[in-house]
Design a protein around this ligand. Structure first.
Ligand code: DUT
Ligand code: MG
Length: 446
């Protein structure tokens, strides 16, 4: 990632407010109502003061007040003044509460939309970063990032409660924007073509790749990698940490370009396609799914904001998620938060699977989707994963033989090279170690 120059808190805050621009008129209205609410709050002690000073204390009113009182009928007697004081107290109290309710509701809905817009932009960057960070940096073919966003949500939620929050938001928002401003590592060609839905054939044609520039002495992490995946095939990638597994699948989403060779989808070099249309055709399910401080339904509909509630529920059922979602305090409308609603690793992963099912891309990348889970949680999402993989060209990076055995090809990577290509059946027949491991794990999972 190339870090952007850091911004002053004021600029960051203005930029954050920019995300509320579509709600500009509402925002101005809310500001006016908030001012009115503040005036009502200021007026609250006055009726009581009048009762104490004039009604009980018998003191004369200040001239200005007396002039106003003279306009109202019945204020020439103490009981008349008392009656008006009660009317005023009730009006001011109800008015202040009603205004604060309206302002709060509007601020929450505006800020939720801001977070939604920000989250969508963050999502793509986070996927690239997390593919690169697996294994080397621990999780903590991240929580901090999510934490920034959740933290950001809190203060934005309370925009009306003052400048202190604004500064805190700006400070946290800065981290979010640093991620957003990390530059794409690749450039879209001016004549790039927007493709529709691909069939999902994938070819790596003699690919050599390293992070950084070859001429500057950067080290190649993939060397002479060639493979061919037909639509609907499952390709398992195995290998030690740092072998280059995630780097391979990162090239498929064109997060990076190869130094040499080509990556082709449906026979076209990925560099000929627009980044967005290519990435529309690829779903990623990673070790730690990104969930955002939005409702469960919004989290699932992330890739397809226009999805209907029944579509969302249908994919949740396929992902074996419907049942636990319905048990949440507000079902599909439960807003996920770090502290509040805590989901287990397996539950989070099933939401990510539902999200990918809804996106319905022909190419699927699974980078250690079950490795953060224990055996029990893993067995629960097994069916959900199988459902997701059905009919999609799938690249699955996994140490679990139970996942690998579904593959049409198994590629073993060592120091950036494919050193072995096998099928599960051949391995099972030929490798005693493999077949023993397989039988052992298969029993554990089933
Ligand atoms: N690498 C970088 N920069 C990155 C990502 C990776 O220099 O942003 C290096 C580290 C490693 C090699 O590339 O030496 C391959 O990394 P990759 O993440 O592809 O390895 P992996 O097989 O996915 O490892 P793990 O099992 O730890 O996820
Ligand atoms: Mg990896």
């Amino acid at each position: 990632m190339t870090a952007a120059p850091s911004q002053s808190p004021v600029r960051t805050f203005l930029r954050l407010l920019g995300y509320a621009a579509p709600d500009g008129v509402r925002l101005v209205g809310v500001g006016a109502l908030a001012l009115l609410g503040a005036a009502f709050e200021l007026a609250r002690p006055w009726p009581v003061k009048l009762v104490i000073d004039q009604v009980l204390g018998g003191r004369p009113m200040a001239p200005g007040l007396a002039a106003v009182a003279a306009l109202l009928p019945g204020t020439d007697t103490s009981s008349g003044v008392l009656a008006w004081c009660i009317v005023a107290a009730v009006t001011v109290t109800i008015g202040a509460s009603a205004l604060s309710y309206v302002v709060l509701t509007a601020v929450v809905s505006i800020s939720q939309r801001m977070v939604y817009a920000l989250s969508r932009e963050l999502f793509a960057r986070l996927q690239r970063l997390s593919l690169a960070f697996h294994g080397r940096h621990n999780v903590g073919d991240l929580f901090v990032f999510l934490g920034y966003l959740t933290a950001l949500f809190g203060p934005v939620n309370s925009l009306s409660s003052g400048l202190g929050y604004a500064v805190a938001t700006a400070t946290r928002g800065r981290r979010v924007f640093e991620i957003l401003d990390s530059r794409e590592e690749v450039q879209e060609r001016r004549d790039a073509v927007a493709v529709g839905r691909l069939h999902g054939s994938v070819v790596f044609d003699d690919v050599t790749f390293g992070y950084g520039v070859e001429e500057d002495g950067a080290r190649a992490v993939l060397r002479d990698v060639s493979l061919r995946a037909e639509p609907g095939q499952v390709i398992a990638i195995v290998g030690a940490t740092g072998a280059g597994k995630s780097s391979m699948v990162a090239l498929l989403s064109r997060f990076y370009d190869p130094w040499n060779g080509r990556v082709l989808v449906d026979g076209r070099d990925v560099r000929e396609l627009t980044l967005s249309s290519l990435r529309e055709n690829v779903s990623l399910v990673l070790q730690e799914p990104f969930l955002f401080p939005m409702s469960v339904a919004d989290n699932i509909a992330f890739g397809r904001p226009d999805a209907t509630r029944s579509e969302i529920e249908a994919v949740a059922r396929l992902a074996q998620a419907d049942e636990f979602i319905r048990r949440l305090p507000e079902g599909y409308d439960t807003v996920l938060s770090e502290k509040g609603t805590s989901l287990s690793g397996g539950e989070r992963q099933r939401i990510a699977i539902a999200r990918a099912l809804l996106k319905d891309a022909p190419i699927l990348i699974l980078d250690e989707p079950t490795s953060a889970l224990d055996a029990h949680a893993e067995s629960k999402i097994f069916e959900a994963l199988s459902e997701l993989m059905r009919g999609r060209t799938t690249f699955v990076i996994s140490h679990r033989l139970s996942t690998i055995c579904k593959a049409d090809q198994i590629l073993a990577i060592e120091h950036g090279r494919i050193v072995e290509r096998e099928t599960h059946d051949r391995l099972l027949a030929e490798s005693e170690v493999y077949s023993r491991l397989y039988r052992h794990e298969h029993i554990a999972v089933l």
